[in-house]
Write a protein that binds this ligand. Structure first.
Ligand SMILES: Nc1ncnc2c1ncn2[C@@H]1O[C@H](COP(=O)(O)OP(=O)(O)O)[C@@H](O)[C@H]1O
Ligand SMILES: [Mg+2]
Length: 379
């Protein structure tokens, strides 16, 4: 049993969710007002946790609202998407198994859902005939609106990793179909979010794409460094341990304020602390995280071309002008075209982020490992 008060790799909820008060309050207003929203940020900055939190707050603020969550990360086709959407809408609008069964029959009967009542938790599995799904696409896309009207509800459909739909076969016409239905809904709002900034920007900000200006776009920022100490200090205190503010700030700095790694580092430090946190515990904990990830990082790096690796070397060494003659020469990058190509590839692999003018590494532990181990093998 792990009694650590920190959470990572799972949703940060209730006691483990902190700050984001402004973002949460503003999103709750959007959900309550049924405004469509789009949330974009790099991986592990807290989108999924925030949307869940906001969903709970919305239901508390408006008991007539229902929020359904759909993660399309593993969805590969239109049919699968319809199946997941239908079942998530039916589930979130039914409080009991009987109601779910009744709704499935009433609203989705043409889809011949097969209902398997599983043990031991009396879980109902909704399965639809795949062939029927595409034929009934229009019906499924309007299912939420129909149920909302019939039951007097406001429904918020939250779709995580939305960029995935951009990789479907014939995605533009699929997106056009989604939009043509969803924009007519009066009792349903959509919150679409994901991590691949470039793909999502293309979906939502390209005037030639169907989802252009579909909703309010929010670029989620990192949680400010100064917010972490009270949170970490309190978690230590609750479990009979102490840590200082400056130690917490140092931890946040070590992982470049990445929320996932701050929680992981806090846990590793907490594990190494009996009562009062020592500075050595922080360095040991950090090194252990770097070590734990080194196998994966090595595998990732060995997949990259030499130019891509050379460019990463320049980036982790803090070079700003990546196409300058000095940088090209120092890091053995052939010419500026090589840099542009390598940069594009690294962006599409989610390794770097080139938003704004600065290029930054998405994973601070990977950046540290590259700089201090991989490119520094003489040490
Ligand atoms: N508001 C928050 N408070 C505390 N920890 C958070 C918060 N948001 C994110 N985290 C940490 O970051 C991790 C990743 O969050 P997640 O919501 O899955 O991010 P994303 O969906 O952007 O990839 C969580 O498991 C948690 O450790
Ligand atoms: Mg997520």
């Amino acid at each position: 049993m792990n009694n650590s008060p920190f959470v990572y790799g799972r949703l940060a909820q209730e006691g483990s969710f902190m700050d984001r008060e402004d973002e949460a309050a503003s999103l709750v207003r959007d959900f309550v007002n049924l405004t469509n929203t789009i949330i974009i940020s790099p991986r592990r900055w807290g989108k999924t946790s925030l949307v869940r939190r906001v969903g709970n707050l919305t239901v508390a603020a408006n008991p007539k609202s229902r929020v359904c969550y759909l993660d399309v990360f593993n969805v590969r086709s239109e049919e699968e998407f319809y199946e997941k959407l239908a079942s998530c809408v039916l589930r979130s609008t039914s409080s009991k198994t009987e109601e779910l069964l009744a709704s499935a029959i009433r609203y989705a009967s043409s889809l011949v859902p097969s209902l398997t009542i599983g043990d031991p938790v009396n879980q109902v599995k909704l399965e639809f005939g795949r062939k029927e799904l595409k034929k009934n696409a229009d019906e499924i896309l309007d299912l939420a609106e129909k149920i909302a009207v019939d039951k007097g509800l406001d429904i918020i459909v939250c779709i995580d990793e939305f960029q995935k739909i951009a990789s479907f076969v014939d995605s533009d016409s699929f997106q056009a179909k989604l939009r043509s239905h969803w924009q007519l809904h009066k009792h349903v709002a959509y919150c679409l979010y994901g991590s691949r900034r470039h793909m999502l920007m293309d979906v939502f900000t390209n005037p030639s794409k169907p989802f252009y200006k579909f909703g309010k776009t929010i670029f989620l920022e990192k949680i400010a460094r100064g917010k972490w100490p009270p949170f970490i200090i309190e978690k230590f205190r609750e479990t009979g341990k102490t840590i200082t503010e400056s130690q917490c700030l140092r931890m946040a700095e070590l992982v470049d304020d990445n929320p996932y790694y701050i929680q992981q580092l806090s846990e590793e430090v907490w594990n190494r602390t009996t009562k009062v946190c020592k500075d050595e515990a922080i360095s040991e904990a950090f090194n252990s995280i770097v070590r734990i990830n080194s196998g994966l990082n090595l595998a990732l790096t060995s997949m990259l071309s030499i130019s891509q690796q050379n460019l990463l070397n320049a980036i982790v060494n803090g070079e700003n002008n990546l196409t300058s003659a000095a940088v090209l020469d120092k890091y053995q990058l052939k010419n500026s075209l090589t840099v542009l190509r390598a940069k594009k590839a690294l962006v599409s692999l989610d390794i770097i982020d080139d938003f704004g003018r600065v290029v930054s590494m998405e994973d601070p532990i990977y950046a540290f490992w590259l700089k201090n181990y991989y490119f520094n093998r003489t040490l």
